[in-house]
Ligand binder design. Structure first.
Ligand code: PMV
Length: 329
């Protein structure tokens, strides 16, 4: 095989029904299903080149050589691609996020989705979206969802090999034009990564089994809200899943708290604005940033109101985005 380079772009996603907990850690198999929105404005663009002249793999994130931990995850991912394609060349990987790095926004979802598409393309593998989703999941659970655009479901799956623990699209991005405001409350790096947080929660939180048991009901309810385009129901379920996930993580031992005082203030503010007639709902991942879901007609007014809260570092505004794809084909 001669050298071959491909570039792919994938969007970040935000879970409405959260993934928290793994039923089989080595394959990143989720303990619960999840449902997300793919976000247009937040992207990772990744170029992978397998070359016969390389003596090792290398990874650059926003033009800076990645640290050992980041590199190990990516090089293990390249090993899987090499196994599938039956090639032995090392590769260079250049990956760029268009959103501020160090803003505490998870880049692993868009990162591993872009890597899966670019690496498979560079290795000349012709894979289905389902297979790409399965591969992306091995890098990061939420990345399986970023293969698809719009409204996306991550399936729990039942098979031991994980081949059915993949995402599928529920509806495309034009089905229902929701918007999101992402409120950056801190630019510090997160203290407890999602894998460590999930594993500690599964081992020590007394609420973990209830979380797993009630997951299917939450999934059914959210799919119902999406099929009926019932925004209030979607929003209530989103806040419920978010608070349930954080409550169970807080009840781990030692307890995991991802929020800062501004996170809490913004939760209150979103609920106050809603009570005042400006309908919006919050969700929060494994960090202190607050994501606010709203209808397009309310986004500018909400943004203006939220900008008044002191301490917010920046606000990103996005519509729903499309699937991960190769850029150079
Ligand atoms: O994909 P991971 O391992 O970084 O986990 C993502 C976990 C949450 O963002 C908190 C929830 C989710 O479903 O995206």
């Amino acid at each position: 095989m001669n050298s071959f380079s491909r570039t792919a772009r994938a969007h970040a996603n935000i879970a409405l029904i959260k993934y928290w907990g793994k039923r089989y850690i080595p394959l990143n198999l989720p303990a619960v299903g999840s449902i997300s929105l793919t976000l247009e404005a937040l992207t990772t663009t990744t170029t992978v080149a397998f070359r016969p002249d390389l003596a090792a793999d290398s990874l650059f994130l926003n033009d800076i050589q990645a640290n050992d931990k980041q590199s190990k995850r990516v090089f293990e991912f390249l090993d899987r691609i090499r196994d599938l394609a039956n090639i032995s060349h090392f590769a260079t990987v250049h990956s760029e996020n268009n959103f501020p790095t160090g803003a505490g926004l998870a880049s692993s979802a868009s990162g591993f989705a872009a890597l899966a598409v670019a690496a498979a393309g560079a290795a000349k593998l012709d894979l289905s979206n389902s297979k790409l989703s399965e591969l992306a999941r091995l890098g990061s659970g939420s990345a399986a969802r970023s293969i698809f655009g719009g409204f996306v479901e991550m399936h729990l799956g039942a098979k031991k090999d994980g081949s059915d623990a993949v995402a599928t699209q529920i509806e495309n991005k034009d089905y229902w034009p929701l918007e999101l405001l992402i409120l950056i409350t801190s630019t510090e790096h997160k203290k407890i990564g999602s894998t460590e947080g999930m594993n500690r929660t599964a081992e020590t939180s007394p609420y973990y089994q209830q979380w797993v048991d009630t997951g299917p009901k939450d999934m059914r309810a959210m799919k119902d809200a999406i099929s009926r385009k019932d925004f209030s129901y979607l929003g209530e379920l989103t806040e419920y899943s978010c608070l349930k996930m954080h409550a169970l993580a807080m009840a781990a031992n030692p307890g995991i708290i991802y929020w800062n005082p501004l996170t809490m203030r913004l939760i209150e503010t979103v609920r106050e604005l809603r009570a005042g007639g400006l309908e919006a709902y919050f969700t929060i991942d494994a960090g202190p940033q607050v994501k606010v879901i709203c209808k397009p007609e309310n986004s500018e007014q909400l943004r203006a109101k939220l900008r008044e809260i002191p301490g917010i570092k920046s606000i990103l505004h996005t519509r729903l985005g499309g699937p991960a794809k190769l850029l150079d084909s």
